[in-house]
Design a protein around this ligand. Structure first.
Ligand SMILES: Nc1ncnc2c1ncn2[C@@H]1O[C@H](COP(=O)(O)OP(=O)(O)O)[C@@H](O)[C@H]1O
Ligand SMILES: [Mg+2]
Length: 234
């Protein structure tokens, strides 16, 4: 479904990604793990079109994404929920969801997608008329993911849903992603919460200094000596 080949990417003066090979199959739940500054966010931003790949190819269902604008990539069926949530604080939860659906013209589709999103995040449903600026950190993260889901993407890119969250909201966010995956959405998740993530996903890549250094199934990586020493404290 998604295929990155020999991707190099970065910002004006710094190259961040080097020769990245990464694949996500239809319906798969895949994670990118690795330390701070490894290039995980840059990888998602490159896929979503916010950062332009310098070299290599990125294909989604056979179509090249390189050089496409974020809204074009969104229309092809890729949703993106960024690390920082940049929600509209003065708008309600429901209004924020409508902003997320700005590329969707069909009102019925918007309403039914909002229903599905509220099933995944019952807490957002309870608070749908509450201003986003008054939400807890966990609720804001949920809303950021929910907003990314509004155009009904077939694949969702999710950047560190657990960042800055206490254990219980973290579990709620992971549970919602699990449900989303069970309902058939393909997910590429960036996380630093290695143990929980490896129990959740089908496969994962470990990124260090902009390069893929390890890849495997969740189980393989949980039993990998390097992963245990570097990330699991075993
Ligand atoms: N907008 C930017 N301009 C320049 N350098 C950046 C920018 N964003 C990130 N970087 C640099 O790119 C590297 C990778 O960052 P990032 O992809 O955010 O890593 P991660 O998400 O794995 O923590 C870091 O060295 C970071 O300082
Ligand atoms: Mg990041």
């Amino acid at each position: 479904m998604l295929k990155l080949h020999a991707v190099e990417s970065g910002y004006d003066l710094v190259q961040v990604l080097w020769d990245v090979e990464l694949e996500v199959g239809e319906g798969e739940f895949v994670a990118i793990l690795g330390p701070n500054g490894a290039g995980k966010t840059t990888t998602l931003r490159t896929i979503a079109g916010y950062v332009r790949a310098l070299r290599g190819t990125i294909e989604f269902n056979g179509k090249s994404l390189v050089g496409k604008a974020p809204h074009e990539i969104s229309r092809l069926g890729i949703g993106y929920s960024s690390e920082g949530s940049n929600l509209f604080a003065g708008m309600t939860i429901y209004e924020n969801l409508l902003v997320g659906a700005y590329t969707v013209r069909d009102k019925k589709q918007i309403a039914s997608q909002a229903e599905l999103v509220f099933e995944l995040f019952p807490r957002l449903h309870e608070r749908r008329n509450q201003l986003a600026g008054t939400l807890s950190g966990g609720e804001r993260k949920m809303l950021a993911i929910a907003r990314g889901l509004m155009p009904s993407p077939s694949m969702m890119l999710v950047d560190e849903p657990s960042l800055g969250l206490a254990p219980i909201p973290t579990l709620a966010a992971f549970e919602a992603l699990k449900q989303l995956s069970h309902r058939g959405t393909t997910i590429l998740l960036v996380e630093q919460n290695v143990n929980t993530t490896l129990h959740l996903v089908d496969r994962a890549y470990v990124l260090e200094q902009g390069r893929v250094v390890l890849e495997g199934t969740g189980d393989e990586l949980l039993h990998n000596k390097e992963v245990q020493e570097a990330y699991l404290g075993i």
